[in-house]
Structures are given as C-alpha cells and as structure tokens.
Design a protein around this ligand. Structure first.
Ligand code: 6YU
Length: 493
C-alpha cells in the first residue's frame, strides 16, 4: 500500500524533520532521514561561550504569533519565557524591524548622540519601506534595492543635512552602516545584488521577535524526541540522487524503485520518493553532480539565479561594558566612508569595515557582558579563513577576553547562510526550486524527487518557519498524491 512506500529525506534540518513528522503522522512507516553530519538541526545550532549558550545559526523567531508554526511548537514545548508568549508581544506589528535601543560609535571610538542619528534612521527606514512596495506594483525604477536606496539618498537627502558638511559626512557613513546591516538581514554581499522588484515578496508576521532562553536547538531536540529513535542515518553525505532510475528494474531484482540514492561512502538506498532539503548553497555548489540526470533547465537556471549569501556572527565577551546599560544594539560607523557603498574595496586589508556593530546579549545577569557582532558578504567569508587571534587583532581598540565566531560559508553542508531573491529573480524562481521531479509521468513514476527547505518558501524564505512550512508542504504533496490516486493501491490511515 501507499504507506509502505520507501521514503528518504535528505537533510536533518528543521525542514527534513518537518517532512518526517507529517508523513509518520499520516501512517507512512518506511521513512528515513539521511544526514551528512553527526547532528540534527542544520542551520539551527546552539553553541557555548564559557558558561553561556550562544546561537551560532538562527537567532530569533521572526514574528512570534499564532500564525507562525515555530512559535506554536515553541509554546507547546514550553521553550519560551512568559513575555514572549504574551498576547501583547504577539500583537506588536512593526514589519519585521525590532525596536532595538541603539548606541552609535564611530570607528575612532566617539559616541554619537541620538539627535544626530534619529532623523537618519527615520529617513532610511522610509526608503527601505518604499523598496518593499514594488512587489505589488511592478515598474521598479532600478534593478536592485541597493541602487534604489543610494539613488534616493542622493536625491532626497534634506538640504539642512548638506549645510553642515561635517555632520553630513557622518550621516552618509551612517547610511552605509545601515546598508551593511541590511546585507546581514538579507544574507547578501551587497544590496546591489538584491532584486528591487521582488524585495517585497518576503512577508513578516506580527509579534516582536523573541529568542529561546535555553537555545534554539531545544526546539530540534523536542521535535526529534517525537520521531522513532533510529529514523536518522547520520554521517552519510549523499553524493548523487539517481532518478528515473531503471537499472534495478523488474528483470533484475523483482522490485523496481524509481530512485537510487548514492552516498559518498558508496552505500546506496532504493526509494520511491526522496525529499531533498539541502541548502540552496549546497545545490549551487554541486549542481552538476547532485542529481542524475540533471534537472530540467528552468529549474537549473533558477538554482543558479537565486541569491544565497553569508551572514556570520562574532561573539565577544568583555570584563566591563563600554555601552549604555539599556543598549541593545551598537552601531559602528566608519567616519571616513562618505561615499555611499556597502562593500569594502580591499577585503584582505579592510574586511572589518563590513562589521555593522553588535547586538547585546540579554539579560546581563545571565550572560555577563557578551556582544554578538554581525558581518555579511565576501568580507565575512574572508574573516572565516582567519584564526581567532587574527580576528581579534584586527580590532585593537576592543579587548574582549573571549571570542567565538560562526563560519557558515566554509561549512561544507550549508555553504553560506540563507537565501535572498537576487536581481532579476521573481517568485517563479522559488516555484521552480520547489517543483518536484518529474512533475508529470505515469503515476508510479511521478514525484520521485521533491524539494523542501528554506529557499523553497515563497514568502518566508531565509527563516526557520519558512523551512518548517516547506517541509510540511512537501509531506502534504505526497499524502495528497496517494489520497487522490485511487486505484493505485494507496490508502492513507
Ligand atoms: C530565523 C533567525 N537567523 C542566522 C544565521 C543563519 C541562519 N536563519 P538546513 O540547512 O538547516 O538543513 C539542511 C540539512 O541538510 C543540514 O543538516 C545539512 O547538514 C544536510 N545536508 C546538506 N547536504 C547534504 C548531503 N549532501 N547529504 C546529506 N545531508 C546533507 N532564521 O527564522 N530566524 O534569526 C535566523 C540566521 C547565521 C546561518 C539564520 C534564521 C535561517 C534559518 O536558520 C534557516 O532558514 C533554517 O534553519 C533552514 O532550515 P532547512 O531545514 O531548510 O536547512 C525584506 C526582506 C529580506 C528577507 N530576509 C529577512 C529575514 C531575515 C532572515 N534572518 C535571519 C537571521 C538570522 C539572524
């Protein structure tokens, strides 16, 4: 029967776990997850810095409210604090922009006053909001968010800013920091690579972003406890998925499976359906070998065109804070950067200039004085290649006692951080990523390879809830395939 189908899920991140959860609930029992590494969770990863837990990967529940399945699960498992679960917190709707209390520091260590910064942030936020509005209207004036924002700053910067040349330079440097921050949010090298027309495709949910006091990985642990103990085959990187596979056809072994999974260690697994949840970065890097035969051209082109970049964190622990007690976000401004740009001209020499600043880990009673630095793009990828000592040394004015940084670009199974909609891309590229192989075919031969994962969600790409929903979506696709295929022998419990 249908529930006897051999199903393999490639990747044990939250998308893969979500697929398994739903399929098992519907009575499928031959379900396995093949995972390249020794752990579950993928880009959800909680680490340690001294006695503290820190998030190496995903940080927040974006939009923690009823509609968010990650929020619902986290509540069910009792992983959040009271405040995050309150109706009041769920109702706060600020379009995905957390209201952090900021401090502004220049690269020479000068602390800037709110009266200088406030109007600049307000001015910039309006431009960013306008950048998101072309998705509904079309007719965007420029190809990328970066080009649009920079052109509008040049065009609209208030006259009174220009009258005070000194402050004008600082204000332009501030816009650069805000653009670099947007690179971190979008997971891109430069906002010039992020498509203006599709920028508004990303949807936010109500609720003020919250964290997991005990670590994001607690969510994964709870979800894994609900799955059979031996469902995951760890340490088995998949090398190639052979679909439309005929070699083990009726004449050889009696049973024929349309898909054969080949692992790096030579092991093979025969399957009726495979759900691929590896990152878009991994698909890009291995596009010519991961699927055999290769996917149709429109799918391949979308894999190539869509954006996938790097956002890294650098955690620093200090004896004493240099920031205000109520400060939640420290911005760093490079005063001499008066030309509008979010990239560094000499990456090796000046990669540190891409660092936007730090979020402050709260509550202080738990964390002590720990900052989380944010850095995106190729500057961030270069930072990964340096030793911890070299990373620290680049910043002689700061003297932390401990350091820990993420290295997502060089992680061989993430190959970067998350997806963005690149210049020239649209929602149909995401649909192409999500399209199963083959789409049509005789019933037993369709839906051989399905695709889930963060990159395949049209409005919540780049998030944990997007990844989870994409996993559920592909499980549902298989379930309804069998439910509607009357006569093919399938009945779902
Ligand atoms: C969120 C947040 N957050 C920060 C950082 C990162 C990410 N995200 P997985 O990769 O998890 O799983 C795949 C598995 O497959 C994995 O285990 C592999 O080992 C395995 N695999 C690979 N190859 C294999 C092979 N060959 N064989 C076998 N197995 C293989 N999301 O909600 N809140 O705060 C952040 C953040 C530094 C790196 C994040 C955040 C993204 C999530 O972590 C990510 O989407 C999911 O975990 C992915 O799950 P998955 O299962 O799909 O893949 C306007 C506008 C702009 C749009 N962007 C704005 C939104 C902001 C997004 N922000 C994120 C920010 C942070 C800080």
């Amino acid at each position: 029967s249908a529930t006897d189908s051999q199903i393999y899920i490639v990747g044990c991140g939250i998308a893969g776990i979500g697929v398994a959860q739903k399929l098992l609930k519907h009575g499928f029992h031959n379900v396995h997850i093949i995972e390249a590494t020794a752990r579950s969770g993928g880009r959800i990863r909680t680490g340690r810095l001294g006695d503290n837990i820190v998030e190496i990967g995903a940080n927040w529940i974006h939009g923690p409210s009823k509609e968010n399945p990650v929020f619902r699960l986290a509540c069910e498992y009792q992983l959040l604090d009271k405040e995050s679960m309150s109706e009041e917190n769920q109702a706060i709707d600020i379009g995905g922009h957390p209201l952090f209390v900021p401090n502004w520091f220049t690269s020479s260590g000068r602390k800037l006053g709110l009266e200088t910064m406030g109007p600049v942030v307000e001015f910039y936020m309006k431009l960013l909001e306008r950048s998101q509005q072309f998705n509904d209207t079309g007719g965007e004036p420029l190809p990328s968010v970066g080009e649009f924002v920079k052109a509008e700053v040049e065009r609209l910067a208030p006259e009174e800013w220009k009258e005070d040349q000194n402050n004008f330079a600082v204000k332009m440097a501030m816009i650069n920091t805000l653009l670099k921050l947007e690179c971190c949010v979008s997971g891109t090298h430069t906002m010039d690579d992020v498509g203006l027309g599709a920028f508004g495709m990303y949807k936010t949910l109500p609720g003020l972003d919250c964290t997991f006091p005990g670590g994001y990985e607690g969510l994964i642990d709870h979800m894994m406890k609900e799955l059979p103990k031996d469902i995951v085959l760890y340490n088995k990187p998949v090398k190639c998925i052979h679909w439309n596979y005929t070699k083990n056809g009726p004449k050889t072994t009696g049973t024929s499976f349309p898909v054969m999974i080949e692992c790096v260690n030579g092991e093979t697994f025969a399957a009726d359906h495979v759900i691929v949840t590896v990152s878009l970065g991994y698909l890009k890097k291995h596009q010519s070998t991961f699927l055999s035969p290769p996917p149709p051209l429109h799918k391949l082109h979308s894999i190539q065109r869509m954006g996938y970049g790097t956002n890294n964190k650098i955690f620093l622990e200090f004896e004493q804070p240099f920031w205000d007690e109520d400060c939640e976000l420290i911005y760093l401004i490079w005063e001499d950067e008066t030309h509008l740009s979010d990239v560094v001209s000499n990456v090796k020499m000046s990669w540190i200039r891409k660092l936007i600043g730090f979020t402050v880990l709260k509550p202080t009673e738990r964390y002590g004085h720990v900052l989380c630095g944010w850095i995106a793009g190729r500057e961030s990828e270069y930072m990964e290649t340096l030793s911890e000592h070299e990373v620290l040394h680049r910043n002689p004015s700061l003297t932390p006692r401990k350091l820990l940084r993420s290295q997502w670009f060089h992680d061989p199974y993430s190959c970067g951080s998350y997806t963005y909609v690149a210049k020239g891309c649209s929602g149909s590229d995401i649909d192409n990523l999500a399209e199963p192989l083959p789409l049509k075919g005789s019933n037993s031969k369709s839906l051989q390879v399905l695709f889930a994962g963060e990159a395949t969600h049209r409005s919540f790409f780049s998030t944990v809830h997007g990844a989870l929903l994409s996993g559920w979506r592909e499980a549902e696709r298989l379930i309804s395939h069998y439910t509607s295929a009357s006569g093919s022998g399938g009945r779902i419990r």
